[in-house]
Design a protein around this ligand. Structure first.
Ligand code: NHW
Ligand code: EN5
Length: 389
């Protein structure tokens, strides 16, 4: 069990409460890090995926569209758009050598990928320069050949070369050892389609007409002063957001430049809305944001794509969080989304029931690389203030 993960500096299932909070590996320097890439099987080669090149962005998009994460019943597969991948991976401070690909030598075909982006993440009292790892993918035809451990070791090497020793990542699968485990919740916006494609079911003793009525939303939002976030909001929004994230045990810290990047309005990629105080023009009091992640509907005769919004970061100071999220759902419904998703982290428990979210069948485990929590303990979903794409 876990032949690879047992060799890595991650908390193990077997350990008791002995460890101190802190790094798991003995401290190293950049000079200690292996200079050469890890050896791949003979027919493969490493590459750096420059997503600034449209053709390369398209290759990564196609690899993921055909081979990335599916639900437990293989009915849906995440379909991150090329523009989403560029937004996500070409963020402030990005390093092209952290967009690692594996190609077949003979054909140059891209068959593997993993990414890292820089972030400052606080765990308890300690804020560290880390990376966030995402989009690990091996082509379906090349599964179970131990390519994933090579991708992980190679990106670790490239990140260590930049003097970064910790990482955060999430996965639906159980690995040693989660720092937290969250649940997905789903709010139907287009119940007829969701039922048609098997994403949800008609509840017992409910008709389609009653279901459609149950999930119907108003046309207009209710929060006074709610407007699209603008680039010049970034400095004040960074203050507001960082202050709000202090409440959690695991949370990022955003620079104004990062806020300007992550909280933009780009159609079908990300949407961010702020509340500008109706009393004090220019003063920002609240934030609500969501990102767009469609899924392919596998093997359905009519429908091919599910359009999902995922709740991203929120800050509620002048109105209840439930009202901000309700307005975000109204805006998403008007923009043609089929479903609005959220995790049970941060303070999301305070609105899930009232806003008619239902628990999904998926989990999301949070992990840290080379960092142990005090006593090997994990935290509750409500202690998590970090959202990864
Ligand atoms: S989670 C989404 C991951 N991607 C997918 O699920 C896509 C569909 N699946 C695949 O493409 C978000 C393949 O099944 C993958 C595994 C590539 C997943 N994380 O090559 P082998 C992320 O991207 C372990 C980590 O034979 P395969 C986060 C597995 O337990 N490890 O399998 C990524 C086993 O190890 P074990 C995973 O099916 C975080 C080994 O891989 C994993 O052909 C990465 C088997 O390898 C997963 N999701 O390929 C870690 N799934 O110990 C970052 C399986 O059990 C760490 N495995 O023998 C930090 C690095 C940076 C540090 C910097 C300081
Ligand atoms: C790393 N950044 O399982 C991400 N999704 O619940 C990688 N279920 O959509 C980690 N199975 O419950 C990703 N409908 C881990 C998640 C992988 C994808 C996944 C789950 C999350 C999901 C849906 C569809 C299930 C289809 C059958 C689901 C029920 C919704 C229903 C709506 C009405 C009220 C009750 C619930």
């Amino acid at each position: 069990k876990y032949a690879f993960w047992e060799t890595q500096p991650v908390a193990q299932f077997t350990e008791g409460g002995e460890g101190e909070e802190g790094p798991i590996d003995a401290p190293k320097t950049v000079g200690d890090v292996r200079a050469e890439p890890y050896n791949l099987p003979d027919s493969f080669e490493w590459c750096t995926c420059n997503l600034d090149e449209e053709a390369v962005a398209q290759e990564v998009y196609e690899l993921l569209s055909n081979n990335y994460v599916e639900d437990d019943d293989n009915m849906f597969r995440f379909k991150y758009s090329a523009s989403f991948l560029k937004w996500c991976l070409l963020c402030p401070g990005h390093q092209l050598e952290w967009l690692v690909g594996v190609r077949v030598k003979a054909s140059r075909r891209l068959v593997g990928f993993i990414s890292a982006i820089p972030a400052h993440v606080r765990v308890g009292e300690k804020t560290m320069a880390m990376v966030e790892i995402n989009f690990l993918c091996v082509h379906k035809k090349l599964r179970s050949k131990r390519l994933a451990p090579l991708l992980i070791k190679e990106i670790t090497r490239r990140v260590n070369k930049c003097n970064i020793w910790q990482a955060a990542y999430t996965a639906g699968v159980l690995l040693p050892k989660p720092v937290a485990t969250c649940r997905y919740y789903h709010r139907s916006l287009n119940p007829r389609k969701l039922i048609d494609v098997g994403f949800s079911r008609l509840a017992p003793r409910m008709t389609m007409a009653r279901t459609v009525k149950l999930y119907k939303l108003p046309d207009a939002t209710s929060t006074q002063g709610l407007r699209e976030c603008r680039p010049d909001d970034a400095p004040q929004l960074a203050e507001l957001l960082n202050a709000s994230l202090k409440r959690y045990k695991l949370a990022p810290l955003f620079s104004p430049e990062e806020v300007a990047h992550w909280f933009q309005n780009v159609d079908d990629v990300v949407n961010a809305f702020v509340v500008e105080s109706p009393d004090t023009p220019g003063r920002l009091t609240d934030l609500v944001s969501f990102y767009t992640l469609p899924s392919s509907i596998l093997g359905h005769p009519q429908h091919t794509e599910l359009k999902a919004a995922y709740l991203y970061y929120t800050v509620a100071t002048s109105v209840p969080l439930r009202q901000l999220v309700s307005d975000a759902m109204i805006l998403a419904a008007a923009r043609g989304y089929d479903v609005f998703n959220a995790l049970d982290l941060m303070h999301n428990e305070t609105f899930l029931r009232d806003l008619k979210f239902g628990q999904g069948d998926g989990q999301l485990h949070y992990y840290l690389y080379n960092w142990r929590l005090a006593g090997g303990c994990s935290m509750a979903p409500q202690d998590v203030g970090l959202v990864l794409m």
